[in-house]
Design a protein around this ligand. Structure first.
Ligand SMILES: [Fe+2]
Length: 217
């Protein structure tokens, strides 16, 4: 992964403070570990290097705004400005793909989809999008009480898709609970993600999800 770091970290230094770059490296390492430990699930459909790259780049627009992006010569439709007004914490994820392709040229659609949905989740998420969404929550410096439990759930020998979906369901449920407690707007894609993932879980996993939420959120 050294060559990816050498290519991407100097770019990140133009847009992010050091602490955010360090978070991005930890997300990249976690996403890479998840992709490697899930080889039996994804096979050749997922290159662990893409997971690493998505992790490095996922927050590249975190310190930007619609105006700053415009100043960089990256035009955006009015939709992006209204997204920034309505859901300021979500905007950076949707703004990032345009910035990334301006800086690095055309990228694999799986990487761009994973970055676009890393904050909200979505009803239709590919394997890489699921991995990045989870990795952003479980990277080793996150202070969440259930971080290690979720890490053990998704990084182990002979990974199962049920484990990935259970972790995703827990994180998205926790996100909805946290947002509603703080009376923040919940992006519709987060609700779509919750509905789609909870409909995929078996009854025992739904019970585990319910118990986990009761214990930790
Ligand atoms: Fe992040």
């Amino acid at each position: 992964m050294k060559s990816l770091r050498q290519e991407i970290i100097p770019l990140l230094e133009n847009y992010l403070p050091q602490t955010r770059i360090e978070h991005s490296i930890r997300v990249a390492e976690t996403a890479h570990q998840m992709a490697v430990s899930g080889t039996n699930l994804y096979g050749q459909a997922l290159d662990p290097k893409d997971a690493y790259k998505a992790g490095l780049l996922h927050d590249i627009a975190k310190a930007l705004s619609p105006k700053k992006l415009c100043d960089l010569g990256i035009a955006q439709s009015p939709w992006y400005s209204s997204l920034h007004t309505q859901y300021p914490a979500v905007w950076h994820a949707f703004a990032a793909p345009r910035l990334i392709e301006t800086l690095l040229g055309v990228q694999p659609p799986e990487i761009l989809q994973a970055i676009r949905y890393h904050t909200t989740g979505a009803g239709h998420m590919g394997s890489l999008a699921k991995i990045l969404y989870i990795a952003d929550y479980i990277e080793p410096e996150r202070p969440f009480h259930d971080r290690q439990i979720l890490m053990n759930m998704v990084i182990k020998n002979r990974q199962s898709i049920e484990d990935i979906h259970l972790a995703l369901a827990i994180i998205v449920s926790g996100s909805i609970i946290g947002l509603s407690r703080r009376q923040k707007a919940i992006h519709p894609l987060t609700l779509h993600c919750y509905n789609a993932i909870s409909s995929k879980l078996t009854a025992p996993s739904l019970s585990r999800c319910k118990l986990h939420i009761a214990n930790y959120y």
